[in-house]
Write a new protein. Structure first.
Lengths: 114, 114
């Protein structure tokens, strides 16, 4: 079963708008929540990550919001640009296990229209 | 700069053939992973390895095996390729310990089994 549920599957946003992608999980042992960005023909690359001891993390135009009680986290892309068009994956990990396996969501294809 | 390379970008094989996918990383990472990526299913872990000659099953190991004879190299083997193994295969590596749990991905191998 999917350990991390991601929505929406696809998203179309106008340039300058806000893109929001949501993820939910059940396993309370997860303690590391990264977002990966994948451009066509490339492997995913780490975009931003958060630990559950904070509710928000911001890096430039990208913000993760984390709600521990609801077991949900989301990625917000402010002032979305055409160059942000990519597939975004949320993930979760139990870092205490050592090998830091990641459980990925199903992905969101973001298209930013100029 | 971390570099993860995969032996082929595109591969076409016939049903029943034995297929080898090779992955090499240049950052002396302890952990290596093989995923397959399918539309709507995200990234699913096939096998991972946290040390030379060590391997662990991921979520979907059936029909696959792996080999890690050297720290920098992790091979995925399809013993008898089938059409349902047509997919994008992604290799990743990461280090153990420290504050970073980032996985570094290769560009992927798109395998078609006919």
């Amino acid at each position: 079963q999917q350990q991390v549920k991601q929505s929406p599957q696809s998203l179309i946003v106008q340039k300058g708008g806000i893109s929001i992608i949501n993820c939910a999980y059940e396993n309370t042992a997860f303690d590391y929540f990264p977002w990966y960005q994948q451009f066509p023909g490339k492997g995913p690359a780490l975009l931003i990550a958060i630990r559950p001891d904070v509710s928000e993390k911001k890096e430039g135009r990208f913000t993760i919001s984390f709600n521990k009680s609801a077991k949900q986290f989301s990625l917000h892309i402010m002032d979305s640009q055409p160059g942000d068009s990519a597939t975004y994956f949320c993930a979760a990990s139990m870092t205490q296990t050592g090998a830091n396996n990641l459980f990925f969501g199903t992905g969101t294809r973001l298209t930013v229209i100029p | 700069d971390v570099k993860v390379t995969q032996s082929s970008r595109y591969l076409v094989k016939r049903t029943g053939e034995k297929v080898f996918l090779e992955c090499v990383q240049d950052m002396d990472h302890e952990n290596m992973f093989w995923y397959r990526q399918d539309p709507g299913l995200g990234l699913r872990l096939i096998y991972f390895s946290y040390d030379v000659k060590m391997k662990e099953k991921g979520d979907i190991p059936e029909g696959y095996s792996v080999s890690r004879e050297k720290k920098e190299r992790f091979s995925l083997i399809l013993e008898s390729a089938s059409t349902n193994q047509t997919s994008m295969y992604l290799c990743a590596s990461s280090t153990t310990g420290g504050l970073s749990y980032e996985q570094y991905f290769g560009p992927g191998t798109r395998l078609t089994v006919t």
